[in-house]
Ligand binder design. Sequence first.
Ligand SMILES: Cc1ncc(COP(=O)(O)O)c(C=O)c1O
Length: 345
Amino acid sequence: MIPHSRPTIDHEEAAAVAAILDSGQVSQGEEVLRFETALASLIGVGGAVAVSSGTAALHLVLLALDIGEDDEVVIPSFVCPALLNAIRYVRAAPVLADINRETFNVDVQDIKRRLTHKTRAVIVPHLFGLPADIREIVALGIPVIEDCAQSLGSCYEGAPTGSFGAVSVFSFYATKVICTGEGGMIAANDARLLEKIRDVRDYDEKDDARLRYNYKLTDMQAAMGLAQLRKLPSLIGRRRAIAGRYHDVLQESRSSLPICPSDREHIYYRYVIRTERLPELLAAGREAGIAYRRPVFKPLHHYLGMTGYPETDTVFLSAVSLPIFPTLSDADVKTILGHVQSILK
Ligand SMILES: Cc1ncc(COP(=O)(O)O)c(C=O)c1O
């Protein structure tokens, strides 16, 4: 079976975690601080706060921005339900926007149409590793939360995603660009905002009884995260090499391939093509032992029983994600290409 995705973990992560185990300091400590500093420096922002997941990061950001009941937060429909959940945690209202069928990212004009006097923030995922139209979205004047769960290391006009919005969030789930098993981070220049988030990330030894959480990352996870960060250039390099190979061979196929505008640097967290033969490809992959996937399990407007998202619907009915991860072998890439071509010819 060729899996769809797989973490890249070797003796470096094992040694880093073993050193933490030997130290006896396994919960949140100095290693978490080092991981925060390293990520903030990579993104080029003032600071970062590590948390237990990308979802926890989104939750704490919404809280820190004082978003709650009667407030609206705009998100694309074509994304995982983590965004919807975080908005529900704070009892705000999700407002869904449509996407661009070529880039899969949220459509700026559609965001504009959906803004009201209640809009308090826009969450902008850089989906599949391709930066969204972040400058135009920031220019709308609504606080932007960049969702970099899938885009660590990608750039827009030479600057890292995560450095444009008021604040950005990251996920280090097992199959993400870098992995700590589960984990997340919030990065921003606003020291006051980060301090608010740091305060509610854990509950012990506080002077007041404000509602707080246990969203801490452990030093074991941070050690793994630091080892992964050191490998980031090579992890992304291998993703790009595989994407290049897919691109060269599939140009001839009857499918539309991922595009990347010249002002952006794609990291190919996912390699997503669109084809009219999606059901055939998924079924044939199951038989051949190749894990093709729908890149978004179900658009959010389907969960909410809504209509009015034609681009998202078009993409949902045609988009398929081919296996891509740094340890995918050249032989497996060849097998996948042969199989895709045999179905799409
Ligand atoms: C775009 C995006 N945002 C947020 C999340 C949530 O991250 P986590 O799974 O770490 O809670 C994910 C995870 O799949 C994601 O893809």
